[in-house]
Design a protein around this ligand. Structure first.
Ligand code: RB5
Length: 146
């Protein structure tokens, strides 16, 4: 997995996005910031689409932040090949990666504080997909979609 992480938000997730960019860079990741680049009101589907397209093209992991995390997750999961996990704790993040092979982490700035969001992000990035029976189930998601 590449060390580049793609990230985006809307206005509701802008502050957490900026903080997580600094955190990721501090951990040695290259961050591709798909915006927005100011905290003005904007529409989350626009930025979710930009991030998931980059995730698919670059085969890397993505992070999406809005107020609740829900609009980002709903939008991201409309794109084939994207498995977006809305996480409010480390267990969600660990299982999302280990069992569901999630490739996009969604969080809500109005739900999750910076400290917990940082821990969730760390677990998400450091947990590997376990494959095996979980691969069969994840493959079923794709086959059902077709
Ligand atoms: C914006 O007010 C808010 O609706 C958005 O950030 C997000 O929570 C949507 O799911």
């Amino acid at each position: 997995m590449s060390k580049t992480i793609v990230i985006g938000s809307d206005h509701g997730g802008f502050n957490l996005k900026q903080t997580l960019i600094d955190t990721l860079e501090g951990w040695g990741y290259t961050v591709k910031d798909e915006g927005p680049h100011s905290p003005e009101s904007c529409d989350y589907p626009v930025f979710a689409a930009k991030v998931v397209k980059s995730v698919r093209e670059e085969g890397t992991l993505g992070v999406l932040v809005c107020g609740s995390g829900q609009g980002m997750a709903m939008t991201a999961n409309r794109f084939s090949g994207i498995r977006a996990a809305l996480c409010t704790n480390e267990f969600h993040a660990r299982m999302g990666r280990a069992h569901n092979n999630a490739n996009v982490l969604c969080m809500g700035e109005r739900v999750t504080g910076v400290g917990l969001a940082t821990d969730i992000l760390k677990v998400f990035l450091e947990t590997e997909f376990e494959g095996d029976r979980h691969k069969r189930r994840v493959d079923l998601i794709d086959s059902i979609e077709k």
